[in-house]
Design a protein around this ligand. Structure first.
Ligand code: SAM
Length: 273
């Protein structure tokens, strides 16, 4: 599926932004935080199998972020939450691969990227074959999604939305707005680079957006460079699970990570590091 091409102006400004921010010679694989250790006990689970299929794929999806996202998705599966997956900003597919691995037979993974560059399609194809799940690669700018009919067709149908595309304030605002409309009642929207001092505009936009829509969206957790946002109406669905199980669930995936019990929007918010 192709989104309408972005205009030259949009593309150039985004491209320049990226090339000045990210190093060009990234090695594959993120780094574990000092003092932590991956725990992989069962390679037949998405978390266990992920490292073989995606461990060497270049990207910015840290081990802690993988673990935390996996905890959300595993709980959804346990509760039979059914929905699709949307990735905005995929690079080589390091994060999109986890969504593909969690998808059930009737669930699709949509991957939107301006350029669909390098090994992205190949990586998604390889994992899609390995796990026998479908993905749809949409080449184009997420700025085009609101005009494409996609938002109407998939309204409230995504059980996971990952926002890691355009890192400018208008770009993140656009993508959060898209995610807001598409988010399933029991879904989670994950915004990358929240609280990353390299991108203060992302933190600003997330907080402003949450304040504006606090009746509908709540940040239930943050850390690993991410904000984890759920529907306010279903906040307790997650909060009651995390209160009892988050420590054990995280410890079963990564040893040595810390959990903090704070608040955001006057509700409990779980910090991880
Ligand atoms: C930081 S990388 C994504 C990293 C990936 N999610 C990971 O975890 O490894 C950002 C990606 O967003 C894409 N991008 C930037 N602006 C975009 C836009 N407006 N629409 C869609 N993709 C965009 C870039 O082409 C790039 O591949």
């Amino acid at each position: 599926m192709m989104l309408p091409e972005p205009t030259a102006d949009t593309w150039c400004s985004v491209h320049r932004f990226y090339s000045c921010v990210y190093p060009r010679n990234l090695e594959g694989g993120a780094q574990l935080v000092a003092g932590t250790r991956l725990v992989i006990t069962d390679s037949s689970t998405p978390f266990g199998g992920y490292w073989d299929l995606a461990g060497s794929v270049e990207g910015w999806f840290s081990e802690l972020a993988v673990a935390m996202s996996d905890i959300f998705l595993t709980f959804q599966s346990l509760k039979s939450v059914n929905g699709d997956f949307l990735e905005i900003g995929a690079w080589h597919g390091r994060s999109a691969i986890l969504w593909l691995m969690h998808a059930r037979k009737n669930e699709k993974t949509f991957v939107v990227d301006l350029e669909a560059r390098g090994p992205l399609a190949m990586n998604l194809e390889r994992v899609s074959n390995a796990v026998d799940r479908e993905f749809v690669l949409m080449k184009g700018s997420s700025f085009r999604i609101p005009d494409s009919g996609f938002q109407i067709e998939y309204r409230r149908k995504m059980r996971l939305v990952h926002i890691d595309g355009d890192h400018t304030a208008p770009g993140v605002y656009n993508d959060i707005q898209i995610g807001h409309g598409l988010l399933h009642m029991n879904g989670v929207m994950i915004v990358d680079d929240f609280m990353n001092p390299r991108f203060p505009q992302i933190t600003e936009v997330v907080i402003e957006y949450l304040n504006q829509f606090s009746h509908d969206l709540s940040m239930i957790a943050c850390g690993a460079n991410k904000a984890f946002i759920v529907r306010t109406k279903f906040y307790e669905f997650w909060a009651s699970h995390f209160e009892i199980n988050l420590e054990r669930e995280l410890g079963a995936r990564i040893e040595g990570a810390d959990i903090y019990f704070g608040t955001a929007q006057n509700k409990k918010c779980f910090g991880i590091r």
